[in-house]
Every structure is written in C-alpha cells, then in structure tokens.
Design a protein around this ligand. Structure first.
Ligand SMILES: [Zn+2]
Length: 400
C-alpha cells in the first residue's frame, strides 16, 4: 500500500469521524459552522493530493474537533503517523488530545501512553520515562504495558538496574525450589542478560564477589544462559580458580551444545593453567560427538598436532571432511596437508588454500534466527531486531 493511499484511507476515516462528531453534537448538518468545517476538510484533502501532508494534517485536525466521539479517529491518525516515521506530527496530534482535560480519564491516559510511544520513537527517553512512571501509578489497566515500555527505555539507555526493577514487577515471584514454569521466558531471558551486564561491569572493576552474585541472579532468571556460564568461567579464571572455571564452562554442553565452540579460547587457557592440556582433546571429542562443529574439528586437529603429529592431524581432518564437509574443515585440512608435505611443490594446493581462505573470510558466521541479520561477530542482543539470544552460529557447509 502506497503512503499516499494510506493517508487517504485515514483521512476518509476522519471524514466519517467528522460526520459522526457533527451529527452526535445534535446540530443541524449544514449550519455556517459546518460549512466552514467542510471547507477545511476539503482543503485538507487538497493539501494531501498535492503531497503536503503537514498542511493536510493541520486542516483535518482543525475541521474535526476533539470530542469523545472523534477521540479514536485522532488517536488512529497519530498512531499511523508514528508508524510511518512522522513522529513530530504524531506528537502534535497526541498533545492536541491532551489539551482537552474534559475527556474521560481513561481516554486521557490512552493519549498519554501514545505520546510516550511517540517520545520513545523519537529517542526522547527522559520525556517518555516520566510520562510512563506517572501512568504506572495512575492506571492499573495500563500498568503492564507501561512497565514493558520502561524496560525498553532502560535497556536502550543501558540502565540495567532500573531495567531489572521494572521487568521484575511484570513477573510473579517464583519459588526457586519448585520447578514452576517460566511465565514469560522472553522477559526472563532479557533480565538474565541485564544481570550479566552488571556482572561484566563488576568483573571489569575486579569486584569478583559482586560479579558472582550477578551471574547467580542471571542463572536464576534463565538456567540456560550461555552468557552467564561463559562469564562465570571468565571470572573464575581471572580469580585463579581454573577448575571452577572449567566446570562453569562445561555447563554450556547442557545449556546449548551448539555454543560450545565459543568457549574454546578460554578452555585452552584453563587447561594450560591447570597443567591438564592433554585432557582437552578428549573433552573436545566428546563435545564434537554431541554437536558437530567445524571450529571443534579444527581445535581437535590442533591438539592432535601438539600431542602426536601433523600427519595424525591430517588423517583426522581428512576423515572429518569426508564425514561432514565444510569450508572451514577443508581449509584446515589443506593447511595441514601443506605443513606435512613441505618438500612437495605447493602448486594447485596453494591456489586451493588461498581460494578457501578468501571464501571463508567472506562468509558470515552468525545469523539472527528472528530477523536474518548476519555477521562475523556474536551478539547477545541482535543489533537489528533487538532480540536477545537469537544470534546463533551458522551451521552447514559454509558455516560451523
Ligand atoms: Zn535479529
């Protein structure tokens, strides 16, 4: 539907609203006042047809006074304008509604909510926040939706403590000893990430006890939080508790096996620090069996090279490429082949390696399952659709 057609539809609705408003007021339909309003309505239509939406909106709102009967029409116009990105005009329409204090309180509250949404859309978070905080106090009915918008604002402003406070009010208290179902898993997951943000900040300041508390809170909100396990691993590693770090990281195997490759650098450091590096290979092999991934194949090949030889690693890689061909495994196999055959002229294998390197470097490694956003970096919050936990490693020939 073209924007002009949508505008026409809404203004037709305004025309209907205008007639309703006029007849409901009990006056004669064609008095001098009505004739003037008619003129304003048609001049608005003229502005619209001449592609002047600002003037059109002005003329239409002047032709249709705000009354309980026309309230919904004004509200719909404002909302449509916001959806189309005309936020300034939407604010104008909604503020115009609030200039009528004789409207019923429920209607005024609805207009307040829409104005707060306009402010959010315009990035005027402070103004939206104060409107929403008032509404939370005033309207039991609008309280949940206002709290959700407050969570949205605090998340955008990275005010994690406030986001947790507002979000918690939307969730009933759960007895952690009973395995009651999560009433709103998406919100619980978001709250878990807010706790992770706090844990990360505390860990960066070296406040490990505070960081541990926040990780625990995150896991209480979402027991499958991979980010919380990874953070706990980092905190314990930095605190010198290497085995505890490994235990925390290994929780990811149960939480989300496809995310195990994310642990690889820290796992290597932990196994090196405990002097148990030879045991890493077996662990990775178990993980590979549980959830195949190219990064695990490459990591195991590195361990084989360290413990045995490049020849043995090449044998492993060749078998893996046959079993589950992926660009990354093939590249690792090609590199390994050249290392083990240093005496043989590189020739076509070198060309193949260069081509594979370019191919692998050009492929995205993560994709959002919600909006399709893709890139080469793991985001806990999708930068495009702002969903938590939806960016996942890409699997298959071109991926992991
Ligand atoms: Zn997304």
């Amino acid at each position: 539907m073209t924007p002009i057609f949508e505008f026409l539809l809404v203004f037709s609705a305004i025309g209907c609203g205008w007639l309703l408003g006029r007849y409901a007021s009990g006056g004669l339909p064609f008095s001098e006042g009505h004739a003037q309003a008619y003129r304003q309505y048609y001049s608005g239509l003229n502005f619209l047809l001449n592609d002047k939406p600002d003037e059109a909106i002005d003329a239409f709102t002047r032709s249709l006074p705000v009354t309980p009967e026309t309230f919904e029409t004004h509200l719909a116009l404002g909302n449509m304008l916001r959806t189309k990105g005309a936020v300034e005009q939407a604010i104008h329409i909604h503020q115009n509604l609030l200039a009528r204090p004789d409207l019923p309180p429920a209607r005024l509250q609805q207009a307040h909510l829409e104005l707060a949404r306009d402010f959010i859309r315009a990035g005027l978070y402070d103004r939206a926040e104060s409107l929403l905080l008032e509404l939370v106090q005033q309207s039991e009915e609008l309280r949940p939706v206002c709290l959700r918008h407050l969570v949205e604002i605090y998340q955008a402003e990275r005010e994690w403590g406030k986001a947790i406070e507002a979000g918690s009010k939307l969730l009933p208290r759960r007895n952690i000893f009973l395995s009651a179902p999560y009433p709103d898993p998406t919100l619980e997951q978001a709250l878990a990430h807010y706790h992770c943000e706090l844990a990360q900040t505390a860990a960066e300041r070296g406040e490990f006890d505070e960081a541990r508390r926040e990780v625990k809170n995150a896991l209480r909100r979402d027991k499958n939080s991979v980010r919380a396990s990874l953070l706990q691993g980092e905190i314990e590693y930095r605190a010198g508790n290497y085995q505890r770090a490994i235990d925390a990281l290994m929780r990811v195997r149960e939480q989300q096996p496809a995310m195990v490759p994310e642990l690889l650098p820290l796992l290597r450091d932990c196994f090196d620090a405990t002097g148990k590096r030879p045991k890493l290979r077996q662990l990775l092999e178990e993980c590979l069996e549980q959830a195949p991934a190219s990064r695990l194949v490459v990591a195991i090949a590195e361990e084989i090279t360290l413990q045995e030889s490049s020849e043995a690693a090449l044998e492993f890689l060749t078998a893996q490429v046959r079993l589950r061909p992926t660009l990354r495994s093939l590249l690792a196999a090609t590199r390994c082949y050249r290392e083990t055959r240093a005496d043989v002229p590189a020739g076509p294998v070198a060309v193949l390696q260069t081509a594979l390197e370019k191919l692998v470097a050009s492929k995205a490694t993560y994709r959002c399952t919600s909006c399709g956003f893709s890139g080469r970096q793991l985001h806990w919050l999708c930068p495009r659709c702002k969903s938590w936990n939806t960016v996942q490693p890409i699997l298959g020939v071109e991926g992991d």
